[in-house]
Design a protein around this ligand. Structure first.
Ligand SMILES: O=P(O)(O)OC[C@H]1O[C@](O)(CO)[C@@H](O)[C@@H]1O
Length: 466
């Protein structure tokens, strides 16, 4: 039998909890009213935006990104000794100001403040400011902007905060997460290397490695964070059930039917296991004569936590080359050989990939990159963010043809290998989205489904470039 006092206390606690919840709800209602939040999901052909309450964009800036910035601050605080070791004693003071600036950024986001132009000089400052000033008034805040623009702006703001400091300007604040994720998957990478030496040229082997590269996109550190299944390579066929679109046969046909391609481009996404799978695919493309060269596009700055920078690419190469395991050492040496004889090319830094622009703008804002990619027989875009850049974050009808959603971006055959992690899609079978949503309303951010899609641009025999 509880005493009166303790039951009174419980009642008081419950009442306090209820009133706190009510106060929180009132705050949310006031925020939504003040910021003109629309109590629906985006309509067909609307651009994704946190202005829609029922959108992953709203959840991103209301919860995920403020939490992510908080976690980044905690990582910096906990890693201060290593950072001072790497960047010098003065980093102690730069860290304080960096953390203070990150806290300011977090507050701006939660207050739905207007985007600020960049003042710290960098190769892309001018283009980023032109982009921001080109946004209409009603698209310059966190909860009104196109989601893609706001999310890219956030990662560029984070980089500019580090750029402002003398000691941290070259510090990759996502570096430790990327390298430890890669190290943790060494046994799996060794097993896959053993199983993929001297694979004969065949459609089946190509599709197998293309699907491995697609599913390796599940391993990112900004949203899915889980590692790949230890049997992913041998069980890849079982994943076909979760491939909502699979045009891998069309991609094989496109590469093998016309004149012998010279280049295949891979616009990379995540470091670690995904980069390993991309290197494996590229090795097969070159070794089986599907193309003479594979060109890799990496990010110029730390991006979406686990995206590959040039530094990550070289770290991975050296990690393999110097590893105790002979399989990894041999693979590392082979990649270095490919880089030396230009069978593999790590493209020069392009700040387009870390701009706010979607791919339909490339011809206008970075014509040289568009022309460069048009020399390729196939451009493979990896991951969810690149998919959003291909579609311009437009909420297309789920059955809209992939080629139509590129809005004129067709430098060559464009392929997307994407694990679905955000609420945008196209080229899916009728009713697929409805059925999946009925089964699990959160399916599109779970990273359990994927697509392999391609928009073919037929090459004339005279297109060979040497
Ligand atoms: O590494 P990926 O596959 O581009 O995923 C990046 C993730 O970040 C997001 O922007 C979510 O915040 C999604 O686009 C995607 O889930």
């Amino acid at each position: 039998m509880q005493s009166d006092a303790s039951s009174r206390t419980e009642l008081t606690d419950a009442t306090i909890a209820d009133s706190e919840a009510t106060i929180e709800q009132l705050k949310e209602l006031r925020f939504n009213e003040k910021n003109l939040i629309i109590y629906s999901a985006p309509g067909i052909n609307d651009e994704l935006s946190a202005r829609y309450l029922r959108s992953f964009a709203f959840v991103t800036f209301k919860r995920r990104s403020p939490g992510f910035i908080g976690d980044l601050i905690t990582v910096l605080q906990n890693r201060e000794p290593e950072i001072i070791e790497e960047c010098g004693d003065y980093a102690h003071f730069d860290l304080k100001r960096t953390i203070w600036s990150l806290e300011l950024l977090r507050k701006e986001m939660l207050n739905n403040d207007e985007f600020q132009i960049f003042r710290v000089k960098a190769p892309d400052t001018e283009s980023w400011n032109a982009f921001l000033l080109g946004l209409t008034e009603d698209r310059r805040q966190w909860f009104s902007a196109v989601w893609l623009h706001a999310e890219c702006y956030m990662y560029r703001r984070i980089w500019s905060i580090f750029q402002r400091s003398d000691t941290l300007a070259n510090y990759d604040y996502f570096g430790e997460q990327k390298t430890s994720a890669a190290r943790s998957l060494t046994p799996l990478m060794r097993d896959i290397l053993e199983a993929t030496r001297k694979l004969p040229r065949s459609q089946e082997n190509f599709q197998h490695l293309l699907k491995l590269s697609a599913w390796a996109n599940r391993c990112d550190l900004s949203i899915t964070t889980e590692g790949p299944d230890a049997e992913i390579f041998h069980r890849i066929a079982e994943y076909d059930a979760d491939l909502l679109a699979d045009q891998s046969a069309d991609i094989w046909k496109d590469l093998t039917e016309a004149c012998e391609p010279v280049y295949v481009d891979i616009v990379c996404d995540n470091a670690g296991f995904e980069l390993f799978a991309d290197l494996l695919l590229a090795e097969y493309i070159v070794e089986s004569g599907l193309a003479r060269r594979v060109r890799f596009h990496a990010k110029a700055i730390p991006w979406f936590v686990s995206d590959v920078t040039h530094q990550d690419f070289h770290w991975m190469l050296n990690y393999f080359r110097k590893h105790d395991l002979p399989e990894l050492r041999a693979f590392g040496r082979k990649i270095r050989g490919y880089l030396r004889d230009r069978s593999f090319i790590l493209c020069d830094k392009s700040y387009f990939w870390t701009s706010g622009h979607d791919c339909s703008q490339m011809k206008r804002v970075q014509p040289c990159l568009y022309v460069y990619i048009s020399d390729s027989a196939l451009a493979i875009f990896k991951g969810d963010l690149n998919y959003r850049k291909l579609l311009g974050d437009i909420n297309y009808k789920s059955t809209a043809p992939f080629a139509d959603c590129l809005r004129g971006f067709q430098p060559t055959s464009v392929c997307a290998l994407r694990v679905i992690k955000s609420d945008i899609y196209c080229g899916l079978p009728v009713c697929a989205v409805e059925w999946l949503t009925e089964d699990n309303p959160e399916w599109m951010t779970a990273g359990k489904k994927a697509v392999i899609q391609v928009a073919i641009k037929h090459r004339l025999s005279s297109d060979t470039v040497v």
